[in-house]
Design a protein around this ligand. Structure first.
Ligand code: ADP
Ligand code: MG
Length: 758
């Protein structure tokens, strides 16, 4: 390395010295110069602009730019002879904020000495409340050499600050924004950013800045235009690297051998079609043909099937599985919850009838076996299921996570179907796929969560996508109404009345609550493994989705354990009520679902265990309690449980959130449209909203920093086209070694990050 030149890979200890490096490592996990320069400012103060102090909230760690307005010092003789306190009032010219400093010894007072009225500085600390006022106690601060009345500045320094936009970094108590700024400046001056990962002709074509230039400008922009160019270029890096990685992944997967599983005339699949009680929709036929064709290929299918709730994806999956079984292979169906796995098992065995009874009396000629594997299948049943999977007697294997366990060995796994993919990570898809012996199995993933195009391109970019846009004929739309119990308490009465009417007409209903209740604590979920059933008994964290006024003092959300008895004794007295949630033993869950399906229960009071996939066509009404505690997509999924038959569905969203709040707007959005794609977009928008000053100044360690899946659709689309062109020509990027290295680095981080949040 040349003396005085640093590279992106250089350790921060070398570039900055151990003390600063340790602080940055502790605060943000940074190890190299590259990590530091990718820690982008979260905003910029332009000279003369002060932070809006009225927007601060208690508990936020903030960095504010403000002017000292007034300083008062007081003795505190009770604490010691030289003990004292200073109150420094800072202002943005409208609101004020108090800085409080304490000291025990005479030397302590010097910390406030530079704070004289008129100076402008950055102050960082955690906002706390003392009586009615917000304050920062012992904030870190750095004064700007602006033009304080009594500052003695060199003219050069003053000039530099006059021209500059001041970067404000995601900071923490141990690493202040200006400490980071200084560190960045130190590494930027001698930085050699290395080979530009974007090919020159691409930069020219899209008018993009060079990488070295962009890195400089995002940290030290000359003006807004300079900054804009830098951001545009760095967004391209994010989008392009990810798309290149996905293109490589897809190309590599397609190069793997797979066993072709062509359609067999006169097999189970054909018989199944003949027995179907309905005609397939045009969309189902078209997607079915695509899949049938791909299953017959000698390289693996990787297809995402997106379809509105109730669009009939299951039947497509069954037909694909049967084609593989006819061709001599096995098919596995992975479901995110026990309830759903059991339901799939019931409906597959039900629809197949004698076709699913291999080895039993009265089985059809080429019948196959269907095995169910979930965490709570009894030991004996499990042994026999495992054996059937191993020998191949079970052509179709349905299960939850239990399918991923090591003991589960297939004879010849030809197709993996993953239902409600949004509940699973890529790792689970891969884990199941790895169970195929020599060849790669074909993979079909299904989701009802409508995914905005950009997200699909980003997260599922290695999959081909099919969509089912139409619902089977004869479906009636679901009417959704918000029941605002705050303003219209009488409406709740009417909601229960409405539910009784549905039951009187021979239909069934769900009542959904956010919480199980009884002895559950808020630590119920593990936070990891979103697909685990216990995890989403709770609604999505409303903090994530922009709930208003969440000051931690809200009452706990309504629980099944409380609501069910209340209904049984009150408004729904006399109806047959059942209860379903994830903490029930498996056999009770199964029994509850079974009796509800069989019409032996009128009303099922449940948590979100029924969110995905549950299919009881006779259910026509759903009342969702504390609806504001659920995510938008979640509400959309939930209401998809009703109106699946001929009769119209009704969904009532009960809430006490007042009109005009974000919470209420979200519910109104759900009520106003049944278009899942529109709602998904809305959801994404709201999730981004939490990013207000101070809300989260801590840096993100990885992932998409600048690129917004919502706003940068054009960049993402263009980057994708360019990346795919490039990878098609040069699959291993041998002509672009810099790019190849960065691509390898970036992919896992980003996928993991989005999936965690999704
Ligand atoms: P989802 O796409 O949400 O998984 P399902 O596969 O559970 O939807 O299908 C919903 C319901 O629609 C099921 O009862 C299924 O039997 C029924 N169904 C599927 N396809 C058709 C069709 N073409 N005509 C009528 N009903 C259908
Ligand atoms: Mg489904």
């Amino acid at each position: 390395m040349l003396p005085g030149v640093s590279t992106l890979g250089e350790p921060l200890t070398r570039a900055l010295g151990p003390k600063t490096a340790r602080a940055l490592e502790a605060a943000f996990g940074m190890g190299t110069v590259g990590d530091l320069v990718r820690h982008y400012p979260r905003r910029y103060y332009t000279r003369g602009e002060l932070t809006d102090l009225s927007s601060l909230r208690e508990g936020d760690h903030v960095t504010v730019l403000a002017r000292v307005d007034h300083v008062g010092t007081h003795q505190m003789p009770s604490k010691g002879r030289n003990a004292g306190r200073a109150e420094v009032i800072i202002t943005d010219d409208r609101a004020k904020l108090v800085l409080t400093f304490f000291w025990r010894h005479a030397g302590g007072r010097y910390v406030v000495k530079p704070l004289v009225p008129g100076v402008v500085g950055m102050f960082a600390g955690t906002v706390s409340r003392f009586r009615t006022r917000l304050q920062l106690v012992h904030p870190e601060y750095e004064l700007l050499p602006g033009a304080p009345p009594n500052a003695d500045l060199t003219p050069e320094l003053a000039a530099e600050f006059a021209a500059e936009m001041i970067p404000v970094y995601p900071a923490s108590a141990k690493a202040s924004s200006w400490m980071i700024a200084r560190a960045v400046k130190t590494v930027l001056d001698p930085l050699d950013a290395g080979e530009d990962p974007l090919p020159a002709e691409l930069r020219e074509r899209h008018g993009l800045a060079g990488r070295a230039e962009a890195i400089r400008a995002i940290h030290r922009p000359l003006d807004q235009a300079d900054l804009k160019r830098a951001r545009e270029r760095l967004k391209w890096d994010e989008a392009f690297l990810l798309q290149a990685a996905l293109a490589q992944r897809r190309l590599a997967a397609a190069a793997m051998p797979a066993m072709p599983r062509p359609h067999v005339d006169g097999g189970i699949a054909d018989e199944f079609d003949a027995r179907l009680p309905f005609t397939l929709t045009a969309g189902q036929v078209a997607v079915g043909e695509t899949i049938a064709g791909e299953l017959a290929c000698a390289y693996p299918m990787h297809r995402l099937l997106q379809g509105e709730v109730g669009s009939g994806k299951t039947v497509i999956a069954i037909r694909a599985m049967l084609q593989v079984v006819d061709a001599g292979g096995q098919a596995a169906l992975l479901a995110p919850t026990e309830v759903l796995a059991q339901q799939h098992y019931r409906s597959v065995t039900g629809m197949l009838g004698p076709l699913a009874q291999a080895g039993q009396l009265g089985a059809a000629e080429h019948a196959t076996g269907v095995a169910l594997l979930t965490g709570s299948v009894g030991a004996a049943a499990r042994r026999s299921a495992l054996s059937d999977v191993f020998t191949g007697d079970a052509g179709i294997v349905i299960g939850t996570h239990a399918l991923l366990e090591e003991q589960v060995q297939f004879s010849d796994l030809g197709l993996v179907v993953i239902d409600e993919q949004h509940r699973f990570g890529v790792e689970q898809r891969d884990a199941l796929r790895a169970k195929a012996a020599d060849n790669r199995p074909h993979v079909l993933v299904m989701t009802a969560t409508p995914i905005p195009r950009t997200v699909a391109m980003t997260v599922y970019g290695d999959l081909e996508v099919s969509a089912l846009r139409e619902l089977p004929r004869g479906r009636s739309p679901i009417a959704t109404t918000v029941i605002p119990v705050g303003e219209k308490p009488a409406w709740l009465e009417r909601a229960w009345h409405r539910l009784r009417e549905e039951v009187a007409a021979g239909h069934q209903a769900f009542v959904v609550c956010p919480r199980i209740g009884g002895d559950d604590g808020p630590g119920n979920g593990t936070g990891k493994g979103r697909a685990a059933e216990e995890d989403y008994e709770y609604a999505d964290d409303p903090d994530d989705i922009g709930a208003d006024g969440d000051d931690g003092k809200r009452r706990p959300p309504l629980a099944v354990a409380d609501v069910a008895p209340m209904l049984a004794e009150g408004p729904l007295a006399g109806l047959r009520l059942g209860v379903l949630h994830g903490r029930l033993p498996a056999d009770e869950k199964e029994a509850a679902m079974r009796s509800f399906s069989a019409g032996e229960l009128d009303v099922l009071v449940a948590t979100t265990v029924i969110e995905v996939g549950v299919d009881v066509p006779n259910a026509t009404a759903m009342v969702i309690m504390d609806a504001d505690r659920f995510g938008l997509s979640q509400l959309h999924q939930l209401r998809g449980r009703v109106g699946r038959g001929k009769a119209p569905g009704v969904c009532l969203l009960v809430t006490d959130s007042p009109p005009g709040t974000t919470a209420r707007d979200r519910l109104d959005a759900v009520a106003s449209t049944t278009d899942g794609f529109e709602l998904a977009r809305h959801d994404l928008e709201l999730r981004r909203e939490g990013d207000v000053l101070g809300a989260s100044q801590s840096g993100r360690r990885s992932g998409l920093r600048l690129l917004s899946l919502l706003r940068d659709e054009r960049t993402i689309t263009e980057a994708r086209d360019r990346a795919w062109e490039l990878v098609a020509k040069d699959p291993f990027l041998t002509e672009h070694p810099g790019l190849a290295g960065m691509v390898a680095e970036i992919v896992d981080e980003e996928r993991a990050e989005y999936l965690e949040k999704a």
